[in-house]
Write a protein that binds this ligand. Structure first.
Ligand code: SF4
Length: 304
């Protein structure tokens, strides 16, 4: 047995929005398996719009149970299926398209995202008569951002950086929002710039809508990484919060490494001095995967 201490970060695991979406998928799959007859496989299936989480291992696990990911274009090529909307949410056009094609929707949009969609919609309505603009600090093309912009008839302006924010027309009223998983520092910087530079007398409101399920993990993961000799961060390559959390690990501990699963571990990382290894993950990394990685590290460090 390894004498190295291997600890899983107690603050890691799915955020509650993802827990809810995965539970919704699993519950439906169970119901379907109970009801299926005839073409059994087809009746059991449900479809999620995009990967249910940004984690290939979890996507594969659910695929084996009957959850297939499809694109928004593919949605239009299917009829009368069960479609799961994941935690990121969708724009109103998706609901309209699903209705047209006779699909049944299981809406697993995270309640925090749903609330944000509603606030953005209300801002857009409010600003219409004032010739104002809704600005969203977010990642271009990200599913949540597409859902948010959709609340404004695709009129909201997305900025991903200060450089982009500097191109905003400051001669119009502004309501400024953030995608839930963006970093607070850049949001604050952009909000301060807009506030300082908007034409005097014009309405400016900024709403910090960053989800604390991610933001609160940043100092925790930093602290956790600092307290271990080697830090292994498990996250999907497509996950933006994985990148953000891993950057914090690296800031605190240069012996931090990111993997998407246990097969990517490298023995060379576990040289001396080595008293403890910490393992953490993104809000889309399941606990079972962290446990699997811990078992592999246990084997690698057995004789150390
Ligand atoms: S990070 Fe926050 S907003 Fe996003 S799915 Fe998780 S709980 Fe919901």
């Amino acid at each position: 047995m390894s004498s190295v201490i291997i600890e899983i970060d107690p603050a890691s695991g799915f955020c509650f929005g993802v827990v809810k979406a995965v539970e919704a998928a699993e519950n439906q799959l169970k119901i379907r398996q109970g009801q299926a007859y005839g073409d059994r496989r087809e009746n059991e299936k449900i479809y999620s719009l995009g990967d249910i989480v940004h984690n290939d291992m979890e996507v594969e696990r659910l695929k084996d149970k009957g959850l297939s990911a499809i694109s928004n274009d593919e949605l239009l090529n299917l009829d009368k299926k069960t479609i799961l909307i994941r935690a990121h949410g969708e724009p109103p056009s998706t609901y309209q398209n699903a209705k047209k094609k006779g699909h049944t929707i299981i809406d697993a949009t995270c309640p925090i995202v749903l609330r944000l969609q509603l606030r953005i919609k209300n801002s857009w309505i409010d600003l219409k008569d004032k010739n104002g603009q809704v600005i969203i600090y977010g990642k271009h093309g990200h599913a949540e951002v597409i859902g948010l912009v959709g609340q404004t008839n695709n009129e909201a302006i997305v900025v991903e950086s200060m450089e982009e924010a500097m191109k905003i027309d400051l001669g119009k009223p502004i309501h400024f929002y953030a995608q839930t998983t963006k970093g607070i520092d850049e949001f604050d910087r952009i909000a301060a710039y807009l506030k300082e530079n908007i034409q005097p007398g014009l309405e400016f409101k900024s709403f910090d809508t960053i989800c604390r399920q991610v933001a609160s993990r940043l100092p925790k993961v930093r602290h956790f990484a600092k307290n271990h000799d080697v830090m292994i961060f498990v996250g999907g390559k497509k996950s933006s919060n994985a990148k953000m959390l891993f950057a914090k690990c690296l800031e605190a501990n240069q012996r931090s490494y990111m993997v998407s699963n246990g097969d990517e571990l490298n023995e060379d990382w576990f040289g001396q001095p080595l008293i403890s290894v910490g393992i953490s993950g993104a809000t889309s990394t399941p606990l079972w995967l962290l446990q699997q990685v811990a078992q592999k590290i246990e084997i690698i460090t057995k004789d150390k």
